[in-house]
Design a protein around this ligand. Structure first.
Ligand SMILES: [Mg+2]
Length: 164
């Protein structure tokens, strides 16, 4: 059961404190792609996300993308950000994580895994003895965002109709 608990649970990758990670001795990050960095159907690299990568780089954190998604999508994104990537990863299986560690040239205890899924990212990372960080899936946040906007819309419409 303990293997399913992340060491850290955050709303988004943007809440990740790189300095705190560094203080724990973390020197590398293995990150999931879909719903962690970008939405499922998205491909765009926003300035916001690009800045996040740049900040990690400036803090000397090595990164590698490990995704269960297929080659073309993963490599296309990885090329945009200039990072190594391992697609078709079959997380939570260890093979791709081991490959990523080789890519990063770091031992597991110096690497954090970031992802939105307990049974792939967290379980896989914990099995490897890495620091695990779970984030809320981007799609879910967008869904909540949409719901909130709808509520706000209705609220405003009601106010407007009362006035008229
Ligand atoms: Mg994911």
């Amino acid at each position: 059961m303990k293997l399913l608990y992340p060491d850290l649970y955050l709303e988004s990758i943007y809440n990740l404190d790189f300095d705190k990670l560094a203080n724990k001795g973390i020197q590398g990050i293995i990150t999931d792609l879909d719903n962690t960095l970008i939405a499922w159907k998205d491909e765009e690299l926003t300035d916001y996300l690009n800045n996040w990568f740049q900040e990690a780089k400036s803090k000397k954190l090595e990164m590698c993308i490990v995704s269960n998604n297929q080659n073309s999508r993963v490599h296309k994104f990885a090329e945009k950000v200039g990072l190594p990537a391992i697609p078709n990863a079959n997380k939570p299986r260890k093979k791709a994580f081991k490959k990523a560690l080789q890519e990063l040239e770091l031992p597991p205890e110096k690497v954090a895994v970031v992802g939105d899924q307990v049974f792939t990212d967290v379980l896989g990372g914990n099995r490897m003895g890495m620091f695990t960080i779970l984030v809320v899936p981007i799609d879910e946040k967008e869904f909540i965002g949409t719901k909130f906007l709808r509520l706000l819309e209705r609220f405003i419409l009601r106010k407007v109709s009362k006035q008229s």
